[in-house]
Design a protein around this ligand. Structure first.
Ligand code: GDP
Length: 733
């Protein structure tokens, strides 16, 4: 029958990992409570047969320790080479620990990791001990009740511990109430707590420790179960920590699989044999013929049978509960996921594949033509800026149009002014750091795209992975940047000295510049008409005229002042220079309805008007016979020439950026995904990654819940079958 407890402990451990809302999925365990120093640890260690619990004066048990004892047969399959006695902390990946001192240290560290201000934590430590000397049991060790509050054990701690214990001593758990023989049972906080939840003591076993500290007749009186009766009775023990020495009574292990080695201390044995007559079954009274329960071995057997009975009576109920939960989980899994199973691995693989696929899509749309368009547009803008700065604001620009129309003027006889202007414009373009600027532009475009990839579903759930993607992308780009920029800069170098233009190139450039100037003109006119619309044509016109007047007046004043300064310098009189005699217009220039906001708009409108006029003139010039004829007319048509230069720069830049940067990036990125995102991941990283996605997490959770419930169900059904065959009592308790 030992098998039942053992199998149900397995089921219990499976069910514990199923995240369930109802308590109906809980199988009973033995919960050990008692006040500090009542001898709780000593009892537990006597049962296990090893010292393994943390010791110390300062509250060393701060978390529940969920102890699963697993009885292992003595001889093992591989010739006794595998350790038969060891502990393990499931979920911590410590593996088998054969040194119980090491277990003790680990438990100590885990407990001490609870910060002092928290006092106790209700997150349990799981510990499994495999040994031929232990029975199959599950026990939960809880922090000891605090008797007296003091400086380092405040009231708050006391309440926290009671709360924690109360949580654990609920049904269906069995309560092991530890009381010291030398302390009045009336003062035992363990018994008091137990009575609250189990008034008849139906699931409470009393353990009286330190029997050696009281006179044997008093001790046996405590065990007689008179004062605070418990249905499961009291067991008296002597098990002093540090005196643990195992000796096995002969042939104990030969009694079949249920029997385990004894770990009674010599002290305990000596004590009870020396006082045998006090612990005999009384001949008279209520307990006549019933021998009081004494000794650690008795306690273990008692625990085994109580747990087994409790588990047995839970079998039917728990099987029903698990069946219902399993049906619900299966139904949900079918409805929500159409029974589709996933794993962390499959999710990671899918995610990376889709990332690569989306990257590939980007790559096919980011070839030479796209890079070219990107750069050309930037350079076109630059050209327009240069033209605006050097030509369109030049008061003489209208002259240039007339010169172009004048047939007598040749490029050679054209005013040098225009030739210099052209050279300056060309330099402004070719010497503007095309290498860095164009590389930067492409780098930015790629980065933007990668940022986008790293933000789209499902990477929005995986900030760490997204971060990594950006990091390695940036690393590749950074590595290629300098080289690419230098290459481009080197290759555009000749254009800094001379740009040769073929007639075909000229015509193409002229065509493009016409389009650009046209677009500029359209924008200009558009802005102007918007202003007109907002302010009213007539009102704007009036304001513009007024602004023109003001400007004219300012111009005249400035001229007068200049003249005066000159005269003063020549005539030696300084007063005159300071005070221009009179203004030609003394009338108040501010008309009441022209506020400053309107005047700002009017100035803007005048600028736009002027720009529009210039652009129209330039359009005519670009369309003129001279501009159409040949590249020789470049000084007359700077727009066309600069466009050709920009085109040549673009061509060169694209060539090298494509080789040095884009192709490299497109090649390396998918490989980096594999090496930095996938190969790096350990099994638990994969799981962590997959679980970052809430949808996937729900899917995995439901799936694992279904699997675990299925596993538990399988075991329970097998147990039920055995029970029914034997006609055993699997009925509800
Ligand atoms: P816990 O704080 O409840 O875990 O108590 P411990 O097991 O650490 O025991 C408290 C003290 O009582 C220790 O000094 C033990 O050596 C001592 N002790 C425990 N059991 C016995 C016993 O049966 N007899 C005697 N004399 N001392 C005991």
């Amino acid at each position: 029958l030992m098998m039942l407890t053992r199998k149900l402990i397995e089921v219990r451990n499976i069910l514990k990992t199923v995240d369930h809302e109802s308590d109906s999925l809980t199988l009973p365990s033995i919960v050990v409570i008692g006040s500090q120093s009542s001898g709780k640890s000593s009892v537990l260690e006597a049962i296990v047969g090893h010292e393994f619990l943390p010791k110390g004066s300062n509250m060393v048990t701060r978390r529940p320790i969920e102890l699963t004892l697993i009885h292992t047969p003595k001889s093992t399959a591989n010739g006794g080479k595998t350790p038969v006695e060891y502990g393990e902390f499931p979920g911590m990946g410590t593996g088998r620990i054969t040194d119980f001192g090491q277990i003790q240290k680990t438990l100590f560290d885990l407990n001490m990791a609870v910060p002092a201000e928290e006092c106790v934590s209700d997150s349990p430590i799981e510990l499994r001990i495999h040994s031929p000397h232990v029975p199959d049991l599950t026990m939960i060790d809880l922090p000891g009740y605090v008797q007296i509050s003091s400086m380092d054990q405040p009231e708050q701690l006391r309440e926290k511990i009671s709360g924690l214990c109360e949580k654990y001593i609920q049904e269906p758990n069995i309560i092991l109430a530890v009381c010291a023989a030398d302390v009045d049972l009336a003062n035992s906080p363990a018994l008091r707590a137990s009575r609250k939840v189990d008034p008849l003591g139906l699931r409470t076993i009393g353990v009286i420790t330190k029997m050696d500290l009281v006179a044997p007749e008093i001790g046996s009186g405590l065990l007689s179960n008179n004062k605070y009766p418990l249905a499961l009775g009291y067991v008296g023990v002597v098990c002093k920590t540090g005196m643990l020495s195992r000796f096995r009574s002969g042939g104990h292990d030969a009694h079949g699989e249920g029997n385990i080695g004894s770990s009674v201390t010599k002290q305990e044995n000596d004590f009870f044999s020396a006082n045998r007559e006090h612990f005999k079954a009384p001949t008279r009274g209520r307990n006549a013929g019933v021998e009081p329960m004494t000794g650690t071995d008795t306690l273990r057997r008692r625990l085994m049978s109580v747990l087994e009975e409790s588990m047995g009576s839970s079998l039917h109920t728990i099987a029903n509960a698990v069946r219902m939960e399993l049906e619900e989980a299966s139904y949900q899994f079918k409805v929500q996921y159409n029974d589709r199973a996933i794993s962390a691995e499959s999710y990671v693989a899918e995610t990376m594949d889709s990332l690569k696929l989306r990257f590939k899509d980007f790559a096919t749309h980011f070839g030479k033509p796209e890079v070219r368009q990107l750069l050309k547009q930037a350079l076109d803008d630059k050209v327009m800026d240069i033209l605006a700065q050097l030509y369109w604001t030049d008061p003489r620009v209208k002259e240039l149009g007339q010169l172009a129309d004048d047939r007598k003027i040749t490029p050679e006889t054209l005013d040098r002014y225009w030739q210099h202007k052209l050279d300056a414009s060309s330099s402004a373009l070719t010497k503007s750091g095309v290498g860095r600027a164009s590389t930067q532009l492409v780098v930015d475009a790629i980065r933007t795209q990668i940022e986008h990839l790293a933000q789209t579903e499902p990477f929005n759930h995986h900030p760490e992975a997204a971060e990594r993607i950006l990091a390695f992308s940036s690393a590749i780009l950074r590595e290629r940047f300098g080289l690419t920029a230098d290459q481009v800069e080197n290759c555009v170098k000749p254009f800094k000295y001379e740009v040769e233009v073929e007639p075909r190139e000229w015509e193409a450039g002229r065509g493009r510049s016409v389009a650009l100037v046209e677009r500029e003109l359209a924008m200009c006119d558009d802005a102007l008409s918007r202003l007109k619309k907002a302010i009213g044509g007539r009102r704007l016109k009036g304001a513009m005229e007024y602004v023109a007047e003001l400007e004219e007046r300012d111009r005249r004043r400035a001229a007068a002042r200049l003249k005066a300064v000159r005269e003063a310098r020549e005539g030696g009189s300084e007063q005159q220079a300071e005070q221009p005699q009179q203004d030609d217009d003394q009338s108040d220039p501010l008309r009441p309805d022209y506020n400053s906001a309107l005047l700002i708009k009017a100035r803007e409108a005048r600028f736009l008007q002027n720009r529009s006029d210039v652009l129209q003139a330039r359009m005519r010039s670009l369309q003129s016979k001279r501009c159409k004829t040949s590249p020789d007319s470049k000084a007359f048509c700077p727009e066309a020439f600069l466009n050709v230069v920009a085109d040549k720069l673009t061509y060169t830049a694209v060539l090298f950026i494509n080789i040095e940067l884009v192709s490299e990036f497109l090649y390396q990125f998918p490989r980096e995904i594999d090496s930095r995102l996938v190969y790096d991941l350990q099994r638990e990283d994969l799981l962590k990654f997959a679980r970052e996605n809430p949808g996937v997490r729900r899917h995995l959770d439901l799936q694992s819940r279904k699997e675990k419930l299925g596993e538990a169900m399988g075991k329970l059904e097998a147990l039920q079958a055995i029970y029914e065959e034997r006609g055993g009592n699997a009925r509800g308790g």
